[in-house]
Every structure is written in C-alpha cells, then in structure tokens.
Design a protein around this ligand. Structure first.
Ligand code: NAP
Length: 242
C-alpha cells in the first residue's frame, strides 16, 4: 500500500488532502502541533476510509521533531512515497510593526519546515527512484500582499525551493511541485475582517471563495501517476484571482 505524509494534516486544507489521499488508498501519517482533538478526530475519519492513520505531534520548524516524525511514519507503514508540505502559519502586520518573532516564526514554519521534511524523506524516495513532493505555497508568494511581507516571503521562498529541488532530484524519479491557493475558506482565513473578505471576492473571477477540496483535488493529481511528467511547476488554485 502507498504511503503519504502530510504536515499540518489535522485541520483545514491538510485535513482534506489527507482524507482524499486516504480514499485513494494511501496509508496516512500527518503531524500537528497544538490541536490534539482535531488530530484524533481527523485520524478517526481517515481510518473510516479503510486505510491506516498515524497522527504525530511534531513541529516542522524543529529538525529533530521532523526526523522523529518521518521515522515514525516509516516504522508504521514503510517508505514514504508522497510528502505534502502543508503546515503553515500567518503573523500578519505592517513591516514597521513586525517583531523579529513574527518574522522568524513564519519563515521557520512555512519555509524551513519544508527543508527539514523534504530532506528527511529524500533517502526513501531516492532508494525507490520514485517520489512526489507537493509544497503548499500561496498566490501571495507570487503577487506579494500588504501586511503579509513575512508570509509572502516564506511562500515565495517555497517556490524557489520547489523549482531547485525538482532540478536536483528529477534524475532520481522524484517530482517536486507547488500548489498556490488563493483565498480558501479555513480557520486561517476565517479571522479576516468582512470588508477584507469582500475585497478578495471582487477579485475572484469565479465569484466564490475556494474550498479545501479545490486544493486537495490538485494535490491528488500531483501525488498520483497522472502527473508523472510534471515537475518544478506551480499550479495556482485561485478561482482566477486578479
Ligand atoms: P489552518 O486551517 O490554520 O491549518 C494549519 C495546519 O497546520 C493545522 O493542522 C496546524 O495544526 C498545522 N500546523 C501549524 N503550524 C505547524 C507546525 N509548526 N508544525 C506542524 N504543524 C503545524 O491552515 P490552512 O488554511 O489549512 O492552510 C494550510 C496551508 O495552505 C498553509 O501552508 C497555508 O499557508 C496555505 N494556504 C492557505 C490559504 C487559505 O486561504 N487558507 C491560501 C493560500 C495558502 P496545529 O494547529 O495543531 O499545529
């Protein structure tokens, strides 16, 4: 049975990515840091699809947590074939008011986390000469966004990371791609003021916000064999956001 690892799989986009891959027959390991109840509930939902689930409390910004996470996944289910670097946070604010912690927390989780997780799974993938790595970036990493310089920089960095690792490991049969969502309805966007949400909606051609399913469907494509000749790409899932 195929094995997938999803970071930040307990809630939001990562949860639906995990459930979709479970329905496609992958045994799932996912990590989270704080919300134990959400993690246990997601693990139970995954197991209802007939595959196995392992929820591990691990902070992606901590390399020893990541190494322990990957080892736990491997011990439970065998070599990892699919990695989805999804864990991400925001600490929005204008640059002049942004603290060093706001900058480093966002860069460490969103960018350094992907370095640690990718490094930790590459050996398995190189040995089997097959692997799919999918990085969840953001449209903001392409366009920039006032009030999100830390977040946008982390997501732009993730795009550079995706393209570089795709070049480094393409000859080993490993595909590395990024998905750049626009405005997706999750707890991350729930906290935004109504007027900010309405401004986003005006810029979306399809005139609706995205759902975690919209993103998870593209991740499933990139995780499976139908995308075997696709690497180093960034697929925007924004409903045509201008
Ligand atoms: P969310 O609802 O806030 O969920 C974030 C997930 O990541 C949770 O499972 C959370 O679990 C986990 N997490 C956070 N920090 C972590 C860490 N240091 N180590 C391990 N896990 C961690 O977020 P979302 O909206 O689903 O976003 C998922 C990804 O999509 C993020 O990378 C985000 O930047 C990106 N994205 C989202 C949108 C959007 O509109 N929502 C748009 C573009 C891109 P715990 O809380 O338990 O740690």
């Amino acid at each position: 049975m195929s094995v997938a690892l999803i970071t930040g799989g307990s809630r939001g986009i990562g949860r639906v990515v995990a459930l979709n891959l479970a329905k496609e027959g992958y045994n799932i390991t996912f990590c989270y840091t704080s919300n134990e109840t959400a993690a246990q509930e997601t693990a139970a939902e995954i197991e209802k699809t007939g595959v196995k689930a392992l929820a591990v409390k691990a902070d992606v910004s901590n390399e020893s947590d990541v190494n322990a996470l990957v080892q736990a996944a491997r011990d439970a289910f065998g070599p990892i074939e699919v990695l989805v670097n999804n864990a991400g946070i925001t600490r929005d604010g204008l640059l002049l008011r942004m603290s060093e912690k706001d900058i480093s927390d966002v860069l460490d989780t969103n960018l350094k986390g992907a370095f640690f997780c990718t490094k930790a799974v590459l050996k398995d993938m190189m040995k089997s000469r097959y692997g799919k790595i999918i990085n969840i970036t953001s449209i903001v990493g392409v366009t920039g966004n006032a009030g999100q310089s830390n977040y946008a920089a982390s997501k732009a960095g993730l795009i550079g990371f995706t393209k570089s690792v795709a070049k480094e490991y393409g000859s080993k049969g490993i595909c590395v791609n990024a998905v750049a969502p626009g405005f997706i309805e999750t707890e991350m966007t729930e906290k935004l003021p109504e007027e900010v949400k309405n401004t986003y909606l005006e810029r979306i051609s399809l005139k609706r916000f995205g759902t975690p399913e919209d993103v998870a469907n593209v991740v499933s494509f990139l995780a499976g064999h139908k995308s075997d000749y696709v690497t180093g790409q960034v697929i925007e899932v924004t409903g045509g956001m201008q």
